[in-house]
Design a protein around this ligand. Structure first.
Ligand code: ALL
Length: 318
């Protein structure tokens, strides 16, 4: 019960799980009623996932008789074990569908295979599972989410317009085992290489504000000539700004991000961050839920669904 309650607390789902009899040997019986959909996200401390959760909750409210939503998240970006634990709990709860943004594109595959084997519909959103790991397990999985390489390229091209060929720049990557982090790095590289910039270093900030702050502090010590820092998400762009301010280098160094969170919009208005990418967090889970409902109703076709990415600058916020 202790683990279960811990997961429930982390997920903000205490009542739902206790009422459903979490922790009983063999798990509770499958309840009757409309389909139950579990949304499994990453760090709820990241505004991106808060927005995703709010979008899903609003959709459920508007379709209250159509399905029940169990929204779950973890406490920090890299707590892969906690996310695996949540999926296990959802399998025990016999949910009908799992809509998951995996914290790690490889490590979550086996537990999602257990969910599929238990007859649960699994839809992959936001961060794509690793194709080779899926193939290894002979699993097919539908993906609902953006083209991250395209999104990062848009932000990189916006930055390139402010730089001149040969300028030294640095990339702050997301978590190393996240497919979307890898794609964003490639998108930044596409834009920088096309414009002739020099990428002098690329390191992971693990999606987190504080980790990125430390990484960027080190980068600017080692490469004081840096003209820009390209961050694979907005949390890390905030960390980069703090590090640059502390080193009194913010006015000489351009920062870009990805996610379009409120805190970064404020920094863009102040001129501290040049641009970000809106990947419409509020819609991604909703599309995944709608897709899961279609599959449950046997009306969904087996195809991935690409969601939009849009470049956001201070101009868009006026
Ligand atoms: C990704 C999202 C966001 C987010 C990051 C942190 O999957 O797409 O960009 O900031 O996870 O977990």
């Amino acid at each position: 019960m202790k683990n279960c309650l811990g997961a429930a607390l982390a997920a903000g789902l205490v009542l739902a799980l206790i009422a459903a009899g979490c922790g009983q040997p063999g798990g509770p019986a499958k309840p009757k009623g409309p389909p139950r959909i579990a949304l499994v996200m990453k760090s709820l401390a990241n505004e991106f996932f808060k927005t995703m959760e709010d979008g899903a909750a609003a959709h459920q409210k508007a379709h209250a008789s159509g399905y029940t939503l169990l929204a779950n998240g973890i406490k920090d970006e890299l707590d892969v074990a906690a996310q695996i634990n949540i999926v296990e709990q959802m399998v025990t709860q016999h949910v009908d569908a799992l809509v998951i943004a995996p914290a790690d594109s490889k490590a979550l595959v086996p537990v999602c295979k257990r969910a599929l084997d238990a007859g649960i519909v699994v839809v992959n959103i936001d961060n794509k599972f690793d194709a080779a790991t899926l193939a290894d397990k002979k699993m097919a999985m539908f993906f609902v989410g953006p083209d991250n390489r395209k999104g990062a390229r848009l932000a990189g091209e916006c930055l390139a317009r402010k730089l001149k060929a040969g300028d030294p720049v640095a990339i702050v990557e997301g978590a190393p085992n996240a497919y979307n982090a890898i794609q964003r790095k490639l998108g930044f590289e596409d834009a920088m290489n096309a414009a002739g910039m020099k990428i002098v270093t690329s390191q992971s900030g693990y999606w987190e504000v504080a980790k990125a702050e430390g990484v960027v502090a080190g980068m600017i010590r080692e490469h004081p000539e840096l003209k820009a820092i390209l961050c694979a998400n907005d949390s890390m762009a905030l960390g980069a700004v703090t590090a640059l301010k502390a080193a009194q280098k913010l006015k000489d160094t351009i920062v870009i991000g990805f996610d379009n969170i409120g805190a970064v919009q404020e920094r863009m208005k102040k001129g501290e961050i040049l641009c970000t990418v809106d990947q419409h967090a509020d819609k991604i889970a909703v599309f995944g839920i709608e897709y899961a409902l279609e599959i449950l109703a046997k009306s969904g076709g087996p195809a991935d669904k690409e969601t939009p990415v849009d470049l956001i600058t201070a101009e868009n916020l006026k």
